[in-house]
Design a protein around this ligand. Structure first.
Ligand code: NAG
Ligand code: NAG
Ligand code: NAG
Ligand code: NAG
Ligand code: NAG
Ligand code: NAG
Length: 445
């Protein structure tokens, strides 16, 4: 290999290293919690190959374009005060705070932690009337309304370090955490409402919470089953009452650990999940909450990601962002494979895309679907991208300076060596002696 090649490899290595350091690539994981605030999605904990209850916090900035092959993960330097999986989190309506609620927490002193997305710091909030029986509540999914009231349905008390789901004691109640008045209350379930865990919860603008899938139990002592996807459970946050809807349309296989988002036009898009750790079909389905009809958009199978269970899903503008999750397939084979990828689903064309299209990104559209955005891109993140560019420039200058030094050193070395070799040749010395002299010459140099 010639010296130029060596130099190139060295250069590439340095740049790769600085790139990797800036990117904070997370381990694959599932059973995490996530929340969207402004242009950032925060990811909390989850289970990885290395731990059942991670305390790591990652986030991604969605204000600039990226390709799904290079997701721009950042790791918060301070982790959570506890490890956590199978919990839930909500962001307050003013986007000032994220509450991490429940999950298989590695400490059982409380079940609610407060996260400040600006300082990335954690505190334990004081909640009036907090119900201590909620400690260690997991396999839950919370929603928060526009007034800051959080609704958390059922859950189990399965301990951290146990990897099964749907087991443990189940709680027949709706826990309500008002993040405005900082009060807690517990509503028991009426006898005609069956409990659920590992469901999805979606709040409609009308104040109805739509519960889909997960596990249920016919009686407290019976084994758990997966409710049909035609069986939609509804809680009205205005009247605090329960009702049912029977959905029709395409058959959607029962599952737990799926994810859901709500689009602006009232469609709930569900993705992934599993039944006995096995892949379920279809991977992606849409429930129209006006007609209660399930459908599978034809575009949604093109360029689709692998089937994932207990991933995170967030709607950012017109995009459903799927992150992490355990890969599922037609047979449940260990070792499990955890994803650290991001997949992006355009909820207007119902198709998977490999990057954001900045111009169409969340542009308000009129009735005939024409974009009314004049091409003005969001600018509130200019500071952070400027910082990034400066960082890269500084790193690059550092690298170039270092390499220039190296080249000067190398040239000097070559020159000395040539001179030395010439001298040695004329003196008629052997190769072994040459090496000795070479070593010597290095020291002199
Ligand atoms: C909070 O962030 C969400 C998600 O980007 C955004 O839709 C919403 O308008 C923000 N709310 C406020 C009050 O800034
Ligand atoms: C997770 O918990 C299970 C069951 O307790 C245990 O066997 C396994 O070693 C744990 N995994 C890790 C990575 O700690
Ligand atoms: C606290 O929760 C338990 C069950 O989880 C329930 O029995 C009890 O009534 C709740 N306490 C209050 C004050 O609501
Ligand atoms: C839901 O529907 C079932 C029958 O499909 C019924 O037995 C149950 O009482 C209903 N629950 C509510 C809250 O309406
Ligand atoms: C399918 O995707 C294509 C290209 O993204 C788009 O033009 C088309 O309208 C989509 N079809 C539906 C039914 O949304
Ligand atoms: C789309 O709607 C706008 C205003 O509503 C109208 O001016 C325009 O002609 C329409 N375009 C098409 C292709 O229908």
């Amino acid at each position: 290999m010639n010296n130029f090649q060596n130099l190139c490899i060295y250069l590439i290595l340095i740049f790769t290293c600085s790139f990797v350091i800036c990117q904070d690539i997370p381990d694959g994981r599932f059973e995490l919690s996530s929340a969207l605030i402004n242009d950032k999605i925060y990811f909390f904990g989850g289970a990885t190959d290395a731990t059942n209850s991670s305390n790591e916090v990652f986030y991604i900035d969605l204000s600039s374009t990226f390709d799904i092959s290079t997701p721009p993960f950042k790791k918060a330097s301070t982790g959570m005060p506890v490890g956590d999986n199978l919990g839930t989190c909500v962001s307050t309506p003013d986007n000032s705070t994220i509450y991490l609620i429940g999950g298989r927490m590695t400490s059982t002193s409380t079940a609610v932690y407060k996260f400040d997305p600006i300082s990335l710091q954690w505190t334990i909030p004081i909640i009036n009337g907090f119900n201590n029986s909620f400690i260690n509540r997991n396999e839950i999914n919370a929603v928060i309304d526009s007034k800051g009231k959080t609704y958390i349905f059922c859950g189990t008390d399965t301990k951290p370090g146990i990897t099964t789901t749907g087991s443990g004691n189940w709680f027949y109640e709706m826990s309500i955490f008002d993040t405005t008045s900082m009060t807690w209350s517990t509503l028991p379930l009426p006898t005609d409402v069956l409990p659920r865990v590992d469901y999805t919860a979606t709040l409609l603008p009308t104040g109805l919470i739509i519960y889909i899938g997960g596990f249920t139990k016919l009686t407290p002592s019976s084994t758990n089953t997966l409710p049909s996807f035609t069986d939609i459970l509804i809680f009205d946050t205005k009247s605090l009452s329960w009702s049912n809807k029977t959905a029709s349309g395409t058959t959607v296989q029962q599952r737990a650990g799926h994810s859901a988002v709500l689009t602006k036009d009232g469609n709930i898009i569900i993705f992934g999940g599993a039944k006995n750790n096995v892949q379920v079909y279809p991977d992606l389905a849409v429930l129209n909450t006006n007609t209660w009809i399930w459908s599978v958009p034809s575009n949604s199978t093109v360029n689709a990601p692998p089937s994932l269970s207990r991933a995170s899903a967030n709607l950012y503008k017109i995009y459903m962002i799927i992150t992490f999750g355990r890969k599922t397939s037609q047979v449940a084979v260990k070792p499990w494979v955890y994803s650290n990828n991001i997949y992006i689903f355009n909820t207007e064309t119902y198709s998977w895309v490999s990057s954001f299209n900045e111009v169409s990104q969340g542009a308000p559209t009129n009735k005939n679907g024409t974009s009314t955005n004049q091409g003005n891109l969001p600018t509130d993140n200019e500071n952070s991208s400027t910082y990034k560019i400066i960082l890269y420039v500084v790193i690059s200058i550092g690298c170039i300076a270092f390499l220039s030094g190296l080249v000067v050193f190398y040239k000097k070395y070559c020159k000395n060596r040539t001179r030395l070799e010439k001298n040695l040749m004329s003196e008629g010395l052997h190769n072994s002696d040459l090496h000795d002299k070479e070593k010597h010459s290095n020291i002199v140099l």
